[in-house]
Design a protein around this ligand. Structure first.
Ligand code: BGP
Length: 478
C-alpha cells in the first residue's frame, strides 16, 4: 500500500515551460542558446543568441504568464505535488552577481504561493539544465571550482527566501547525463562545458561532477542549518543496464556500465568515493582536484532522499563493435544494443516498466534511503481531434504499467517511496530535441515546433484517468 501522504503529481522544468527568456531581469542561460532539433538532428549550441536561429526555450509554453491557469488544471487532477525548477538565471542573472534579482525571486514567490493555495506541495530543483550562460562562457562552467561558491550562494538565497513555502528540494537534475561525455548537449546542460573541446574530456567530466557533488553537499548542509525539516535530494536518470546474454563478460560489463547511474548516486547518497572510482582515477593517472575538505563535506552533506527519473532500459553486449554511429541520447555506451524483449517509442526510448521495479530494488538494496520518482512518462506525437481532446490511450497504458511495477516494488520488495511525478504533465518543450511535437502531458498545449499556435490548453483523455488514480491512491488504474 502506498503511504497516505504519497506525493502524486507531475513535473516540469523552468526552461521547458516558462518562456519569457528575457523578461523580469532574467539573464541568458545555457539553454537559451540551444537551437531546435529533432530525433535525427541534434540541437546546436550557438555563440550567444544569433539572429535567424530558432530557440524553442525562448517561448516554450509561456507558463511565465500562464502558470496560474496551469496550476489550476493540475489541482483539478488532484495533484498533491508539482515539481518545477528555479531558473538560476532569473535569480542571479549572471551567476556571479553580488545581489539576487528581486523580480526573479518574486516570480517564484507567486508560483509557490499559487501551488500552496491549491494544496499542491512544491518540489523544486535548483539546477535543471539551467546554469547562467556567463558561468559557462567566462568561467568554463563546472570545470571551475569557483562555481561551488556561486551555487552555494544561489541555493542559500532560495532556501531562505522560500522557507515556509518549499520543503522538498533537489540539487542537480539528472546529474549523471554527462557521464555520456561524448554528447555535447549533456555536457553543456549539466555543466556548461563542451567536453569535446577538452584535452581529456573524460577527466574533465569527472572533475566537473566532483565540484557539483561538493556543491550539492554544501546545499544539503545549508538547508539543514536553515531548517532541519527541509528535505534535499539528489536526482539521477535511472536507466537499468541489462546484460545482453548470460555470458559472464556481458554480466560484468553490465555491472560496470551501470556506473553511469550509480557513480553519481553513490557519491550523493553515501558521501564517499567508491573503490571503483578511485581505481579508475589511479589507472588513468589523473591528478584530480579533490581536497581533504571536499571529502569531509561530501560525507557531511549526504542527501535526505534519492530522486530519479525513469524512462527506459539499456542492454549491453560485450561482442558489439564500439562505433560512433550510435544514438548518444538514449545510450551512454556504444556497446548498447537493442533489447528484443522490449518495444521502443518513436524516439528510440525502450518501454520497459519492469526496469522501473529493477531500479527501485537496486537502489533500495544499495542505499536503503527514501526514494522519489520525480519523472516518468512517454513522449508521443499527438494532435487535437475535432472534439478538442487527445485520445492518448498509449500514455495511459504506459503509465498504468509503470505504476503497477512501482506498487509491486513497494508492496512486495519493501521500497520506501515518497511519491510519483509524471514528467511533462503539461506538454513542455522536449529537452533532447527542442520539439513540441514530442508530447508528454495530460494537458495538450497548442504550440507548434516553430512557436506558432494559440498557446491554449486542452485536457487529454489521460487527464481524467490520472485524477482517478490519485483519488484512489493508486488503486484504480482501470
Ligand atoms: C529528462 C529531463 C527532462 C525531460 C525528460 C524527457 O531527461 O530531466 O528535462 O525533458 O527527460 O526528455 P525529452 O524532453 O528529451 O523527451
Amino acid at each position: 500500500m502506498l503511504r497516505d501522504d504519497f506525493l502524486w503529481g507531475g513535473a516540469v522544468a523552468a526552461h521547458q515551460v516558462e518562456g519569457a527568456y528575457d523578461e523580469g531581469g532574467k539573464g541568458l542561460s545555457v539553454v537559451d542558446v540551444l537551437t531546435a532539433g529533432s530525433h535525427n538532428v541534434p540541437r546546436r549550441i550557438t555563440d550567444g543568441v544569433q539572429p535567424g536561429e530558432v530557440y524553442p526555450n525562448h517561448w516554450a509554453i509561456d507558463a511565465y504568464h500562464r502558470f496560474e491557469e496551469d496550476i489550476d488544471l493540475f489541482a483539478q487532477m488532484g495533484f498533491k505535488a508539482l515539481r518545477t525548477s528555479i531558473d538560476w538565471s532569473r535569480i542571479y542573472p549572471r551567476g556571479d552577481d553580488d545581489q539576487p534579482n528581486e523580480a526573479g525571486l518574486a516570480f517564484y514567490d507567486r508560483v509557490f504561493d499559487c501551488m500552496r493555495a491549491h494544496g499542491i506541495e512544491p518540489v523544486v530543483t535548483l539546477v535543471h539544465f539551467e546554469i547562467p550562460l556567463r558561468l559557462a562562457k567566462e568561467y568554463g562552467g563546472w570545470g571551475n571550482r569557483q562555481l561551488i561558491d556561486f551555487f552555494e550562494r544561489y541555493a542559500t538565497t532560495c532556501f531562505e527566501r522560500y522557507h515556509g513555502k518549499v520543503t522538498y528540494w533537489m540539487t542537480f537534475n539528472e546529474i549523471n547525463n554527462q557521464y555520456n561525455f561524448r554528447n555535447e548537449l549533456y555536457g553543456w546542460t549539466n555543466s556548461g562545458v563542451r567536453f569535446s573541446r577538452a584535452t581529456d574530456p573524460e577527466r574533465l567530466m569527472y572533475q566537473a561532477a566532483h565540484y557539483e557533488f561538493v556543491a550539492s553537499a554544501r546545499a544539503v548542509m545549508a538547508a539543514h542549518r536553515i531548517d532541519p525539516a527541509l528535505k534535499v535530494g539528489c536526482m539521477v536518470a535511472a536507466n537499468p543496464v541489462y546484460p545482453f546474454s548470460c555470458h559472464p563478460d556481458d554480466a560484468l560489463l553490465a555491472m560496470d556500465a551501470q556506473h553511469d547511474t550509480l557513480f553519481f548516486s553513490d557519491l550523493q547518497c553515501r558521501g564517499y568515493y567508491p573503490g571503483y572510482a578511485r581505481k579508475l582515477f589511479e589507472c588513468r593517472g589523473w591528478d584530480m582536484d579533490i581536497t581533504a575538505q571536499d571529502l569531509d563535506e561530501l560525507a557531511a552533506g549526504t542527501v535526505d532522499y534519492l530522486g530519479y527519473s525513469y524512462y527506459l532500459s539499456n542492454t549491453i553486449d560485450h561482442t558489439a563493435q564500439p562505433t560512433d554511429d550510435y544514438d548518444p541520447i538514449a545510450c551512454s555506451d556504444p556497446r548498447m544494443v537493442d533489447n528484443p524483449f522490449v518495444p521502443s517509442t518513436e524516439w528510440g526510448w525502450r518501454i520497459d516498466p519492469k526496469g522501473l521495479r529493477y531500479m527501485m530494488k537496486l537502489f533500495d538494496e544499495r542505499y536503503a534511503l527514501p526514494q522519489f520518482i520525480v519523472e516518468n512518462g512517454i513522449g508521443l506525437v499527438e494532435e487535437l481531434n475535432a472534439a478538442g481532446t487527445v485520445e492518448d490511450d498509449a500514455r495511459i497504458a504506459y503509465l498504468r504499467a509503470h505504476i503497477e511495477q512501482m506498487e509491486r516494488a513497494v508492496d512486495e520488495d519493501g521500497v520506501d517511496l515518497m511519491g510519483y511525478l509524471v514528467w511533462g504533465c503539461i506538454d513542455p518543450v522536449s529537452f533532447s530535441t527542442g520539439e513540441m511535437k514530442k508530447r508528454y502531458g495530460f494537458i495538450y498545449v497548442d504550440v507548434n515546433d516553430d512557436g506558432s499556435g494559440t498557446g491554449d490548453r486542452f485536457k487529454k483523455k489521460s487527464f481524467d484517468w490520472y485524477r482517478k488514480v490519485i483519488q484512489s491512491n493508486g488503486k484504480d488504474l482501470a
